[in-house]
Design a protein around this ligand. Structure first.
Ligand code: 5GP
Ligand code: ZN
Length: 112
């Protein structure tokens, strides 16, 4: 049995509110949303981070496209934030690659 939290969500062992799927990716709501829309988009295959996923360009493109599809279905027509926290110092806590799709409020910079 895998100890990876997101692999356990992919397998259905841990429940999540799935909002969309694609050939290589799964999108579900973040358990601790930081904005009205906060969805995580993950590859169904275990890969530690987004740069590693870039070794499989088809899967990376599928992931980003699913993020865009989720943003559209959530009505984020004015824009949204796509975030890939990478490594501990980058704020990554779950070491299964994921994009955060965050929107529904005005995003400032630096992030907050
Ligand atoms: P990271 O900091 O690794 O980029 O983001 C991990 C995200 O996973 C966090 O925003 C956190 O709220 C979310 N998260 C952690 N555990 C769970 C869970 O069990 N279910 C869901 N849906 N999200 C989770
Ligand atoms: Zn995993």
């Amino acid at each position: 049995m895998t100890e990876c939290l997101f692999c356990r969500i992919v397998s259905g062992e841990i429940p999540a509110e799935v909002v969309a799927t694609s050939e290589h990716a799964l999108a579900f709501r973040d358990i601790n949303p930081t904005a009205p829309t906060h969805v995580l988009v993950i590859p169904t295959r275990h890969v530690v981070d987004i740069p590693t996923l870039a070794q499989a360009p088809t899967e990376l493109a599928d992931l980003v496209a699913l993020g865009a599809r989720v943003a559209a279905s959530e009505g984020l027509d004015d824009g949204y934030r796509l975030v890939a926290n990478t490594g501990r110092a980058g704020g990554q806590v779950v070491f299964h690659a994921h994009l955060h799709v965050i929107g529904g409020r005005r995003m400032g910079w630096p992030p907050g």
